[in-house]
Design a protein around this ligand. Structure first.
Ligand SMILES: CC(C)(COP(=O)(O)OP(=O)(O)OC[C@H]1O[C@@H](n2cnc3c(N)ncnc32)[C@H](O)[C@@H]1OP(=O)(O)O)[C@@H](O)C(=O)NCCC(=O)NCCS
Length: 210
């Protein structure tokens, strides 16, 4: 039996047979015109699965212009969320009060620039992280618990703190480039599972032969 089921809402069944309801595959529960979620990306949180989009990106309304794009195999821990572009109040003038959001006929600051927030593949976002508007997080990155990510994160970097800085790179630049070329997250699931040993042990030569 395959280890993963891309269509599951609750992908984790505990050893005693109970389904672990706090972890959900986002793709199964998020129906939002400004969010794109890849297969197998999960978010752990208590509460109703259908509320996950609101918890994950509390300021991303359906009418917003920016997008939140999350790749495949992304792991998002409890308490983490994305503050997206439309959360910004106008700052160019003498007041930040958002006078124009209160009535339908004036709603929206169409002149304010917005930026998409993009998370690559196989990114681990630790407990209670905040991702600020427009940030791009490269594949294979790790965001340390309680970090506030204000700048782009290179692939396979570990970032932490507020503002989050690079703690270290996980691999050499050569290995990172090889891993990005291999892009195992795009393989069919049976190929991923057949090469799990190489993936989990960090055997680059075996992955290249796969
Ligand atoms: C990022 C993380 C993976 C690093 O683990 P590690 O490699 O074992 O790191 P270390 O404990 O050796 O710390 C390395 C450095 O990072 C710093 N660091 C670790 N966690 C940090 C954090 N959350 N914020 C800021 N800095 C952090 C350490 O202070 C240390 O700094 P130093 O080298 O200046 O002393 C881990 O600290 C973390 O945040 N894990 C997330 C756990 C989690 O949230 N789980 C939720 C369920 S999935």
């Amino acid at each position: 039996m395959p280890l993963l089921d891309a269509n599951a809402t609750h992908p984790i069944t505990l050893p005693d047979g109970t389904v672990y309801r706090d972890t959900v595959y986002l793709k199964a529960v998020v129906d939002h015109p400004r969010m794109e979620i890849g297969d197998y990306s999960y978010f752990t949180h208590s509460g109703k699965p259908e509320d996950r989009a609101q918890v994950l990106a509390p300021y991303l309304g359906h009418a917003c212009r920016e997008r939140l794009v999350i790749g495949k195999f992304v792991q998002i821990a409890r308490g983490s969320y994305f503050i997206t572009s439309s959360a910004n109040h106008p700052m160019a003038g003498f007041t930040t009060y958002p006078f124009r959001i209160f009535k339908p006929e004036t709603f929206g600051y169409k002149d304010l620039p917005v930026k998409d927030t993009v998370v690559g593949h196989d990114v681990w976002i630790g407990h209670g992280a905040t991702i600020m508007p427009g940030v791009h997080i490269g594949s294979g990155a790790i965001v340390a618990a309680a970090s506030v990510v204000v700048r782009d994160v290179p692939p396979y970097a570990i970032v932490g703190g507020n503002p989050a800085g690079i703690i270290r790179m996980r691999y050499s630049i050569e290995t990172i480039n090889e891993l990005l070329d291999i892009a195992w997250w795009d393989w069919p699931l049976d190929k991923i599972e057949a090469n799990l040993g190489a993936l989990e042990s960090g055997d680059l030569e075996a992955l290249k032969m796969a």
